[in-house]
Design a protein around this ligand. Structure first.
Ligand SMILES: C=CC1=C(C)c2cc3[nH]c(cc4nc(cc5[nH]c(cc1n2)c(C)c5CCC(=O)O)C(CCC(=O)O)=C4C)c(C)c3C=C
Ligand SMILES: [Fe+2]
Ligand SMILES: [Fe+2]
Length: 351
C-alpha cells in the first residue's frame, strides 16, 4: 500500500500507523510531604466542583480563607509518615501498575497498545498525556480510571478532564471510558485471592472490615451510584470468601468537613468493635487500587491506634492489589474486554 506523507499544521504527522492507547488515571498526590507542596495540590483537588458541590463564591471564601491556611501543614504531617525514598506511595504504586499493564498488553493484545499514566490532580495531567498520545498517532483511546466504584467525585471528575482535553482537539480520537468495575468477576476474584493468601500467611482475625472512601450523603441522595456499588462489591466479596454476616462489615473513611458523609464511619466502627469485644480485626480497602495515604496512614496507622486504644488487641491492614499479578491479570482482561472490536485489542494468538 502506498504511504502518503502528510503533516498537519499542528505538527502531527498523518503517516504513522494508527495506534491504540490506554490512559490509566489515578487521583494524584503532592510532590513532597510539605505544606508548600500540599497547598497547590489541595487547591486543585478541593477547587474541583465535582468534589465540593457548594455555591462557588461561598466555597472559594472558605477554601482560601480557612482550609488552605490550616490543612496543608496537617496533611503534610500525615504524608511524611508514609513517604518513601522513591516518593509518594500513590505515585510509585500507580507507575508500577501502569508499567506492568503495558507489559501485559504487549504480550496479550494484538497491539500496538500504548499505556500511559495520568493524575487527575497534579502531574502528569490527563491533558498532557492525551497530547503525547495524539503526537504518537493514537486514534483509539481507552480510559481506565483506577476507581472500581463509580462516584461523580472521582470517576466523574476524570471524565470531565478527558472531555476538557478532547474538546480542544480538531480531530479527537475514538473514545471509550471504563465507568466502574466494582462487580467485575475477575476483579472480585483478584480481591478474594489476595485476602485468602494474606490469611494463609498471617492467620484470620475475628472479623473482616471493608473500608471505602466516603462521600457526602447529599451526593448519594442526588443520584450518585457510589454507595450501591460499594455494597455490591462487599456482597460479592463476602459470598466469594464464604463469610457470614457477623464476620464481615463495611464502613466509610476519610470524612472531611461538617456535613454528614456515608456511614458508618470507619473510626467509629473500629472503636465500637473494640468495645463489643472484637480482639483481632482485619481491614481491607477494596476501593483503592493502589496503596496511598488513605490506606497506609489512615487505616494502618491511625485506625490501628484507635482500635488498640479502645481495647482491641490488633488491627491488621491487608494491602491493596497494587501491581500484583492478580491485579495486572484482572485489569488487563478488563481492558481487552472494553477494547473489543478495536483491532489492537484483539486477543493475541502469539505464544
Ligand atoms: C473533601 C472532599 C473529598 C471527597 C468527596 C473525596 C472523595 C474520594 N477520594 C478518593 C480517593 C482518594 N482521596 C485521597 C485523599 C484525599 N481526599 C480528600 C478529600 C475528598 N475525597 C483530601 C482532602 C485528600 C488529601 C489528603 C488529605 O488532606 O487528607 C487519596 C490519597 C491521595 C494520596 O496522595 O495518597 C485517594 C486515593 C475517592 C476514591 C473518592 C470518592 C469515592
Ligand atoms: Fe479523597
Ligand atoms: Fe484521609
Amino acid at each position: 500500500m502506498p504511504v502518503h506523507h502528510y503533516t498537519g499544521l499542528a505538527g502531527q504527522s498523518y503517516d504513522q500507523p494508527a495506534q491504540a492507547g490506554v490512559l490509566v488515571v489515578n487521583l494524584g498526590t503532592p510532590d513532597a510531604p510539605t505544606a508548600q507542596a500540599l497547598r497547590p495540590y489541595l487547591a486543585e483537588f478541593l477547587g474541583d466542583p465535582r468534589v465540593i458541590e457548594y455555591p462557588r463564591w461561598l466555597w472559594r471564601l472558605i477554601l482560601h480563607g480557612v482550609i488552605l491556611r490550616l490543612r496543608p501543614a496537617r496533611s503534610a504531617h500525615a504524608y511524611a509518615r508514609v513517604w518513601t525514598p522513591e516518593g509518594s506511595p500513590l505515585r510509585v504504586g500507580s507507575e508500577k501498575l501502569a508499567a506492568a499493564l503495558q507489559a501485559r498488553l504487549d504480550q496479550a493484545a494484538a497491539g500496538p497498545v500504548r499505556v500511559a499514566l495520568a493524575m487527575r490532580y497534579g502531574k502528569p495531567s490527563v491533558g498532557e498525556q492525551i497530547e503525547q498520545m495524539r503526537r504518537a498517532g493514537v486514534r483509539r483511546l481507552l480510559v481506565l480510571p483506577l476507581y472500581p466504584q463509580y462516584s461523580g467525585t472521582s470517576t466523574g471528575s476524570v471524565i470531565d478532564a478527558v472531555a476538557d482535553m478532547l474538546k480542544q482537539l480538531r480531530w479527537p480520537p475514538e473514545l471509550r471510558i471504563i465507568n466502574s468495575y466494582h462487580d467485575d468477576a475477575g476483579h472480585i476474584e483478584a480481591l478474594a485471592q489476595s485476602i485468602e493468601h494474606w490469611w494463609a500467611e498471617h492467620g484470620r482475625a475475628d472479623k473482616l472490615l471493608l473500608s471505602f472512601h466516603g462521600i457526602p450523603q447529599r451526593y448519594v441522595a442526588a443520584g450518585d451510584p457510589y454507595l450501591h456499588q460499594c455494597q455490591v462489591t462487599t456482597r460479592l466479596l463476602g459470598e466469594r470468601l464464604g463469610l457470614e454476616a457477623s464476620q464481615l462489615s463495611m464502613s466509610f473513611q476519610s470524612r472531611v468537613g461538617r456535613e454528614p458523609w456515608l456511614q458508618p464511619y470507619t473510626d467509629e466502627t473500629v472503636r465500637r468493635f473494640a468495645h463489643e469485644g472484637v480482639r483481632r480485626l482485619d481491614v481491607a480497602c477494596p476501593g483503592f487500587a493502589v496503596d496511598c495515604l488513605e490506606t497506609l496512614e489512615e487505616i494502618a496507622m491511625q485506625n490501628a491506634e484507635f482500635f488498640t486504644t479502645a481495647g482491641g488487641e490488633t488491627l491488621r491492614y491487608i494491602p491493596a492489589l497494587n501491581d500484583s499479578d492478580a491485579q495486572v491479570a484482572s485489569l488487563g482482561a478488563l481492558i481487552l474486554q472494553h477494547g473489543q472490536g478495536w483491532p489492537e485489542f484483539a486477543v493475541s494468538d502469539a505464544p
